[in-house]
Design a protein around this ligand. Structure first.
Ligand SMILES: *[C@@H]1O[C@H](CO)[C@@H](O)[C@H](O)[C@H]1NC(C)=O
Length: 318
């Protein structure tokens, strides 16, 4: 049943095709692939023919191996092409307690979704509409769900942490996603006191990193931290590789900054040379973790995120 519906949607029959087309041009992408988180699978360039989208036949499943490859009709090329998920694609999911059918649907065209599904805005991005089926018994893992709901994972941090990092700034224990506006920014003047929500191992070393995902800057980095009695051995005299830089009302860009605070359990000891080389601006978690995969695992042991704003929070209460 589902298959039939999918195929029907991908075949450009006159009426449906035209409606789908106009909506797609507005809301989705102008690439060969209908799903905005996908890209065409490209052929290798040859002396004779440049690289181009690989063609396929919808009944043959003959796309090359890749990240969830699908054969679908490209309105741009007017033929069937192979599409796969982009690397680290931010694949949308339905809101909590809905099963996701990765089928885009449009404003006011609910008929595009199979029976039992509703066309709803995706988790964290209402403008991406998907077919969703209610299911109250679905279970969600935390803190992963909150990181995804707030679009921290996978856009800003590739993998969700195993545990929530409990951080306390000026005696206030923050909750994930908390916002500090300009009037209370001084609460963030000193680095937080942290606990991982899990017993740390005395024979391991740990890294704490605080990154401003908005300005792409590392604003605090402490590496090679020992654990003692299951707690981080971090105190005023602990030397940091990047000293804590408190947020300020004059920070650029003006407005909200998203801060990610993460604790990693190291595989190995950081060398002074590597620490000195860490890019302090144009920082990107994904690239950083890839480059230092010999020192850090891809998944933080614990993490949290919060925001600060250079302006007063004057959003209206709903
Ligand atoms: C709801 O989700 C659970 C867990 O994935 C599944 O076992 C169950 O069959 C689903 N219920 C319905 C009505 O689809």
């Amino acid at each position: 049943m589902l298959n039939t519906v999918l195929i029907m949607l991908l075949v450009p029959t006159a009426g449906l095709g035209a409606r789908y087309n106009s909506h797609m041009v507005k809301g989705w992408s102008n690439s060969d692939c209908v799903r905005p988180w996908q890209q065409a699978q490209m052929s290798k360039p040859t002396l004779r023919i440049p690289s181009r989208a690989i063609e396929c036949h919808p009944d043959d499943h003959n796309c090359p191996a890749g990240r969830n490859p699908v054969c679908q009709y490209s309105l741009r090329s007017q033929k069937y092409v192979c599409c796969e998920d982009k690397k680290d694609a931010d694949i949308p999911t339905c809101p909590k307690y809905y099963e996701t059918l990765l089928l885009p649907c449009g404003n006011s065209v609910d008929s595009q979704c199979p029976r039992g599904y509703r066309c709803l805005g995706s988790l964290g991005d209402d403008s991406i509409k998907l077919c969703c089926k209610p299911n109250r018994t679905l279970e969600y893992r935390e803190p992963e769900h909150t990181f995804r709901e707030n679009r921290i994972v996978p856009r800003l941090l590739p993998i969700a942490p195993a545990y929530e990092l409990i951080a306390t700034f000026s005696d206030e224990q923050i909750s994930m996603g908390q916002l500090f506006d300009a009037s209370i920014i001084e609460k963030l003047a000193d680095p937080p006191i942290m606990s991982a929500g899990v017993e740390l191992q005395d024979e391991k070393l740990y890294t704490i990193i605080l990154a401003d995902a908005t300005s792409k800057a590392v604003t605090w980095l402490v590496a090679n931290i020992a654990a003692f009695d299951g707690q981080l051995e971090i105190h005023r005299r602990t030397k940091s590789a990047v000293s804590y830089q408190p947020p300020d009302e004059t920070d650029k860009p003006v407005g909200m900054h998203t801060m990610i605070l993460a604790l990693f359990e190291q595989h190995d000891t950081w060398s002074q040379k590597d620490l000195a080389r860490i890019a302090m601006d144009d920082f990107n978690f994904g690239e950083w973790l890839e480059e230092y995969a010999h020192v850090l695992p891809g998944q933080p042991l614990a993490a949290t995120f919060y925001g600060y704003s250079t302006k007063k929070d004057d959003r209206k209460r709903i």
